[in-house]
Design a binder for this molecule. Structure first.
Ligand SMILES: [Zn+2]
Ligand SMILES: [Zn+2]
Length: 356
């Protein structure tokens, strides 16, 4: 019985790996698999970006006649927080940078909550972000606002590309090479496979809660609109502003070899992710707000979970590392397009093999 179950699990795992096959072959130029994967990503990007955008217009029209209820506002705040922390604590600090370890239920909950944000399946998100760190602001960076030509046209093109445009011409990542640690995790592979269903579940969940509380289908509809689609729109653009705004506007107290910036407004909207220059200086740190006044909601959650024993091995920079990084002998020199050492992006055990 046990053996049969193991065989079943092995077969399921093999089929999950097969679903990565197009990504494995993407280095083979002009291969059919590569263009299939590219086409799929492009269509997914259109649906992901356009649908919430259209829903915002519907919400404005709905607001005109009906306003917005306190329940809808509360559900929108609740879903924004849950799914936002799924991205910042889960997809980013845990799965991309492995800045702490945790019990399996927390790992699964963070992966599901992050998937509800509809920013792409976990393998896609993590692979793109690891490449962003490894190639930050050079030509291999998937979403740098720089290197898009001179003058105001280049700046505008950079803003567009780094915020959403990159998703329309992104070359599919090689998952086997870039996220081998995630591929080895059967639970994460299942969550990756069920991504579309989880996104739909995240849209319907506030509606179900509203229906349970009020017993009215109208409340179900308005909750899906506000706490489902409008929440998705807000979560998308605040997260994507880290790629665009936080590589353009703000201070850079640490020398990182790229153009990452600390931006307090973005940090407030993204549970601490806006302390982006700090993060590029210490990518594996679980804490991004490194000063006492730099509010970092994600780290507050990690620390709370650590206090109750659900999280451990929380990685933080030592005082010596903080001191060493803040030494900037040529503060105002032209920023060199050098990459941070790969060791700094992810722990050595899961280090990608090359930037391409
Ligand atoms: Zn960055
Ligand atoms: Zn990162």
């Amino acid at each position: 019985m046990c053996l049969r179950r193991e065989r079943l699990v092995a077969r399921r795992f093999a089929s999950d790996l097969a679903s990565c096959a197009p990504r494995i072959k993407t280095n083979a130029l002009n291969s059919a698999a590569a263009s299939d994967a590219e086409r799929y990503e492009r269509r997914a990007a259109v649906v992901t970006i356009v649908t919430p955008f259209a829903a915002v217009f519907l919400a404005i029209w709905y607001f005109w006649g009906n306003g917005i209820s306190g329940l809808d506002l509360a559900l929108m705040a609740f879903m924004y927080t849950v799914t936002g922390l799924g991205i910042t604590v889960g997809f980013h600090r845990l799965f991309t940078h492995r800045s702490f370890e945790c019990v399996t239920p927390v790992r699964v909950a963070l992966a599901v909550a992050g998937s509800m944000s509809a920013q792409g399946p976990i393998l896609f998100w993590t692979a793109c972000h690891r490449r962003h760190h490894q190639c930050s602001d050079d030509v291999w960076d998937p979403h740098s606002p720089h290197n898009h030509g001179p003058g105001i046209a280049g700046v505008l093109m950079g803003c567009w590309h780094s915020h959403v445009g990159w998703m329309f011409n992104h070359k599919p990542e090689n998952y086997i090479r870039r996220v081998p640690d995630l591929i080895r995790d059967r639970r994460l592979m299942a969550i990756n496979r069920w991504y579309p269903a989880i996104v739909i579940g995240g849209l319907l969940l506030p509606g179900v809660i509203a229906l349970a509380i009020t017993g009215r289908w109208a409340a179900f509809g308005s909750a899906v609109l506000w706490a489902g689609f409008v929440r998705l729109f807000l979560g998308h653009h605040t997260t994507w502003s880290i790629n665009s705004v936080c590589h353009l506007f703000g201070g850079s107290p640490y020398e990182t070899g790229d153009r990452s910036r600390n931006n307090g407004v973005c940090a407030l909207l993204t549970f601490g992710e806006g302390w982006h220059n700090n993060h590029h200086a210490f990518p594996t740190s679980a804490r991004h707000g490194l000063r006492w006044w730099q509010l970092d909601g994600s780290f507050i959650l990690i620390r709370t979970l650590a206090l109750v024993g659900l999280v451990w091995n929380v990685r933080l920079p030592s005082p010596e590392q903080l001191e060493a990084r803040s030494f900037r002998p040529q503060l105002d020199a032209e920023v060199v397009a050098a990459n941070p050492p790969v060791d700094d992006v992810v722990p050595p055990s899961v280090r990608p093999t090359s930037p391409a």
